[in-house]
Design a protein around this ligand. Structure first.
Ligand code: FAD
Length: 718
């Protein structure tokens, strides 16, 4: 439930090492009146300290990643997976790559850095990979695997800092020494924090692993070779650019002050030196008069101050200062279970150093893992100058502000006169009409939710054999003001519109109000050529589902912090939630399917038994893993959506299924934008499946067939 009346918007850009700590603090504290959004390019944040360990396969992707959607869910924040492409500080506005702009009251930028390619001409055909941002390196590993696969390869690492060495060690282990690595750099091992003994160790290990070094400045990279400033040509199969840091264009083009190297200048509170509504941390910033080399350690340390300062600023208290260390602990993985430690004049190489590194790294990343059903009682704080809202208005008083509505309609160029009703013209004497409502899942991008709510409603029209003509939308927005109310209205409506356009359907009317339970209600009108109804099932017709099931219990598991579901599982779930049934309906119509229904909140068991009852038939079906969005049966056995028990009790008596059937729960799982249930004549089986696969890119799921009416409406065979 959204308890707050949101009056201030905190936007975090980038799930870097500092911003994730702000979100973690929000998991334990609620600031009344605050609405928080995280915008980041990927669903996962990669922890730099463990990335070399991931490259050499000591850790899995999950072990080194922070699941940003889940972190946002626990923090009560909204997660938008997208890329910021422009910052307008004068309007406090962010432009996103392919979503509507977002406005902020307070901004925190922690977007890391990219590899510095200044002064290097890189040809398009070159196989050059940037090692920063580190998340990109992780993403590109598959491509590197493809190049190196089964062939002794020559690799150039352009850089010469400690990261180049660590990268070289981990690549050699990943590819089992099937590599020849050369480190090329202007300044090899010149970091002043590394003591003499550490440098000696690094050289010794490199020699042992036959890593070569070439001193010099790379000026161009082609498909086959690198060229140095002195004219030397170095042939290689691929290169990795580990040549220091740079910031992205959108940030360097912003009017925030920069230091002499182009990084955003911040004061010791980590605030931009010329904009006190913007914090910048990590690789993207430089602290005035206190320059330090870029590192994940520094970003983590800054995060500890950032999270306090954001809270202090929002609650109107004095900020604390970040005092960067002059030197810090370096721990670099070398051989399997070995690491090299550097701290001031101390240097050690051994197994215990690896153990220490693993303990420190796991200690950090584990703070962002959530255990099942964690119930964090949050401490309550209040925004500075929070308006005292005694009671939320009821009745018509809970409408959104006229300003927000008019702004939105003007921007959309629709209904400028604010008329109360629309005239609908249609050639058909009959129309289909349906209404549906779903509640917003906390932390979900409201644009995606708009898409899902359209598709969820569209299923009612499709299942009657129709197509959508017009829609009316009623939106429940969270109690909020200004830019926050705008955000929800625009994201909900544009998400809905992105699907309506595909149907050529028109939004004819709408209503918006504020509620503690945000959500969307859509009324749809549709037309049809041939209406299908539930009583037309035919014996021996095949029963198909247009896509797999499982949204109910999977969402329940994910939002109960189950470690059964990873971030990738959630992404897969979201993809199915955003997949419509329009094409499947068209194909089934072309095969004269005379039964279609959508599997909705009542679940498969209830919908199929309704059809059987109306058609005076029974269904014989078989359940296998293909029917599930997520093939891990353990999740189905352990998690239930809140609607499960009602669904179970209303249809269990109609179904014959063995107690030992591990998939039995799927019959009662409520679906959000679930599949269509289609019946196809037996003779059309091959052609139907072929056409479906061709148009949709995946196979329809064959459940079973209709047969003569028996004792039970549904018989599940093992
Ligand atoms: C091979 C290698 C090994 C390293 N090992 C270590 C080590 O052991 N210890 C150490 O301290 N440092 C290490 N580093 C350095 C470390 O990776 C960086 O200094 C650190 O990741 C910077 O952290 P950050 O929080 O600033 O940003 P990042 O961790 O890079 O996070 C930035 C986030 O912002 C997102 N983002 C970027 N641009 C946008 C945008 N426009 N819109 C939305 N989101 C955006 C990204 O997707 C990412 O999630 C290593 C570097 C390399 C290359």
């Amino acid at each position: 439930m959204f308890e707050n009346n949101f009056t201030k918007q905190l936007v975090l850009i980038g799930g870097g090492h500092a911003n994730v700590q702000v979100l973690k603090k929000l998991c334990m504290n609620n600031i009344k009146g605050l609405h928080t959004i995280l915008i980041s390019e990927h669903y996962e944040a990669t922890y730099s300290g463990m990335t070399p360990g991931y490259i050499h396969k000591d850790f899995s992707k999950e072990e080194i990643s922070i699941d940003l959607q889940r972190l946002c869910f626990n923090a009560g924040a909204t997660f938008i997976r997208n890329k910021v492409v422009k910052l307008e500080t004068n309007n406090q506005k962010l432009e996103l790559q392919n979503l509507p702009s977002i406005y902020y009251d307070l901004l925190s930028i922690n977007t890391g850095s990219t590899s510095n390619s200044k002064g290097i001409k890189i040809e398009n055909s070159s196989r050059c990979f940037f090692v920063k941002p580190i998340s990109l390196l992780v993403k590109n590993l598959n491509k590197i695997d493809q190049i190196i696969k089964n062939k002794k390869s020559k690799i150039a690492i352009i850089g010469g800092g400690i990261a180049s060495y660590e990268l070289a060690f981990s690549l050699l282990r990943r590819y089992e020494n099937n590599l020849e690595i050369t480190i090329l750099g202007k300044n090899i091992l010149k970091e002043k924090n590394l003591n003499r003994k550490t440098k000696k160790y690094l050289k010794k290990i490199s020699n042992h692993l036959v890593i070569k070094e070439i001193q010099g400045e790379v000026v161009s990279i082609t498909e086959t070779h690198l060229t140095l400033k002195n004219g030397f040509i170095f042939e290689c199969d691929l290169s990795l650019l580990s040549s220091g840091a740079d910031i992205e264009n959108w940030l360097s083009k912003s009017d925030l002050n920069k230091d002499k190297n182009g990084f955003i200048a911040v004061n010791d509170n980590l605030l931009s030196t010329n904009d006190k509504s913007i914090f910048v941390t990590g690789d993207a910033c430089s602290i005035e008069k206190n320059f330090r080399p870029k590192s994940g350690v520094m970003a983590v340390r800054q995060g500890e101050v950032l999270k306090e300062n954001i809270f202090l600023k929002l609650t109107g208290r004095s900020l604390i200062k970040f005092k960067p260390q002059k030197n810090w602990l370096y721990l670099v993985g070398t051989y399997k279970n070995y690491a090299l430690l550097n701290y001031f004049f101390l240097s050690f190489h051994g197994r215990w150093c690896w153990k220490l590194k693993e303990r420190i790294d796991r200690g950090f990343i584990n703070k962002f893992k959530f255990t099942n059903n964690v119930s964090m009682t949050k401490k309550n704080l209040e925004l500075e100058n929070l308006k005292d809202i005694k009671m939320y208005c009821q009745g018509c008083g809970s409408k959104v502000s006229k300003k927000t509505l008019v702004n939105f309609l003007n921007e959309e160029n629709s209904n400028p006169e604010l008329s109360d009703a629309s005239r609908i013209t249609t050639n058909s004497s009959y129309m289909l009409q349906s209404i549906d409502h779903i509640k917003l899942f906390i932390s979900l991008n409201p644009y995606d939710f708009g898409i899902i709510s359209y598709l969820h409603s569209q299923n009612d029209i499709l299942s009657s054999g129709g197509s959508v003509q017009t829609i009316s939308v009623s939106q429940a927005l969270p109690f909020s003001e200004g830019i926050i109310e705008n955000f929800y209205m625009e994201y909900f409506m544009k998400g809905i519109k992105s699907e309506a356009i595909k149907d050529d359907s028109v939004i004819v009317s709408g209503h918006s109000y504020q509620s503690k339970e945000p959500g969307i209600t859509i009324t749809m009108n549709g037309i049809f050529k041939k209406q299908v109804s539930k009583n037309q099932g035919r014996e021996n017709d095949l029963i198909y589902l247009s896509k797999p099931l499982g949204t109910g219990y999977l969402l329940a598991a994910y939002f109960n912090n189950s470690d059964f579901l990873s971030s990738i599982d959630f992404q897969n779930l979201l993809e199915w939630l955003k997949k419509g049934n329009g094409k499947a309906s068209e194909i089934s119509k072309s095969f004269n399917s005379n039964i279609t229904t959508d599997i909705s909140g009542f679940g498969l068991g209830s919908h199929l038994s309704d059809i059987c009852k109306s058609s005076k038939l029974s269904a014989e079906i078989k359940l296998n893993k293909d029917i599930l969005i997520n093939k891990n049966i353990g999740i189905l056995e352990n998690f239930k959506s809140t609607g499960f028990d009602n669904n179970y009790s209303s249809s269990v008596n109609e179904i014959l299924i063995s107690d030992s059937n591990k998939l039995k729960n799927i019959l009662y799982d409520p679906q959000t934008n679930g599949p269509l249930l289609l019946s196809i004549h037996k003779k059309d089986q091959i052609e139907f499946e072929k056409k479906f696969q061709l148009k949709l890119g995946f196979r329809p799921i064959l459940l079973g067939k209709f047969k003569k009416s028996g004792d039970k409406l549904i018989n599940v065979i093992d």
